[in-house]
Design a protein around this ligand. Structure first.
Ligand code: SF4
Ligand code: SF4
Length: 303
């Protein structure tokens, strides 16, 4: 069976999400609502409609053609009532200015693997492959497993980037086809984790441990958010935890605001106040702390 799932992007020639040159496949749907999320359009499993105010010409073709009466004209833009909208995408088709966009589309496993195979030669030369990201790939576990299996059948190195919040039975569906796990560690304190992501972290830490025990290569990824987890004490906790599990690699991902305009396009408020940046000195300090626990650190900006 050629399974179909929902993705919101395929990005070729990535060099920050696993070894070598990689193709990233972004699956839609995420169980978390991280305050700093730079892909808010990834949260729902279904497609979404984005409205780009800057491109709007004010013609109101969208308003007049919406069969559900879900779009209205307001000063400075158009507002979509997401309760009424049934995602027919008629407004997107009618908007010649390109101010309305669809985020998310259905693709079959075959279509995705065909796209991934286009760069087969680059993977071989660079030690790269495919990385399933999101959203959270485990929100569509059978679809993710089928993509990974077909990639492995074609001799391609496979990785997932996961937030860790999924049923272990769903991870098990992927394990036979998976070479590398990029595992997000956002906050070691469970109460704080719930406050900033919407869920506690016990299941996440348990899944991390199980993946290591299952013999998977794991790299932890730490989004560094000022005032939330970008401080010495938290990095020490991460270091101790990783050392106990013999995790040897970490990626540091300093906070950026690249996703802010997407919040406006979805008609939702950006949840964080103005935050400063993590300084180079702090990044070096965090690197030294983790290296003290035997962890090799790579710093990525704007991943
Ligand atoms: S159809 Fe496009 S350009 Fe016209 S009002 Fe709607 S969003 Fe703006
Ligand atoms: S997707 Fe369809 S229902 Fe939703 S706002 Fe556009 S035209 Fe209306």
């Amino acid at each position: 069976m050629d399974r179909v799932g929902t993705i919101f992007n395929i990005q070729r020639f990535s060099v920050q999400d696993g070894p070598g040159i990689r193709t990233l496949v972004f699956l839609k749907g995420c169980p978390l609502t991280c305050l700093w999320c730079c892909n808010p359009e990834s949260r729902g499993v279904k497609p979404d409609v984005l409205f780009r105010k800057m491109k709007c010409l004010g013609c109101d073709r969208c308003v007049g053609n919406c069969p559900k009466g879900a779009i209205r004209s307001v000063e400075g833009g158009r507002v979509i009532d997401r309760e009424k909208c049934d995602l027919c995408m008629e407004c997107v088709r009618k908007c010649y200015a390109g101010a309305l966009e669809t985020a998310g589309e259905e693709k079959s496993v075959t279509e995705i693997v065909e796209e991934v195979l286009k760069d087969w030669q680059f993977y071989g030369n660079s030690g790269g492959g495919v990385t399933l990201s999101g959203g959270e790939p485990l929100m569509q576990p059978e679809f993710a497993a089928d993509i990974l299996r077909e990639c492995k059948r074609n001799g391609i190195h496979t990785a997932i980037e996961t937030c860790g919040y999924a049923r272990w039975e769903d991870y098990e569906k992927l394990l036979g086809w998976l070479d590398l796990v990029l595992f997000d560690l956002k906050q070691m304190d469970s109460k704080m984790h719930r406050k900033v992501t919407g869920v506690p972290n016990e299941r996440i830490l348990e899944n991390l441990e199980k993946l290591v025990r299952a013999g998977k290569q794991v790299i932890v990824r730490l989004p560094l958010i000022p005032g939330i987890n970008a401080h010495r004490e938290h990095i020490e906790k991460v270091g101790r935890f990783c050392q106990e599990l013999s995790i040897a690699q970490a990626h540091l991902l300093p906070y950026h605001k690249l996703g802010v305009q997407k919040y406006e396009a979805l008609g939702i408020a950006y949840p964080l106040e103005e935050l400063g940046a993590v300084s180079d000195e702090e990044l070096e300090e965090f690197r030294r702390i983790l290296e003290g626990y035997g962890i090799t650190v790579t710093i990525y900006n704007h991943s």
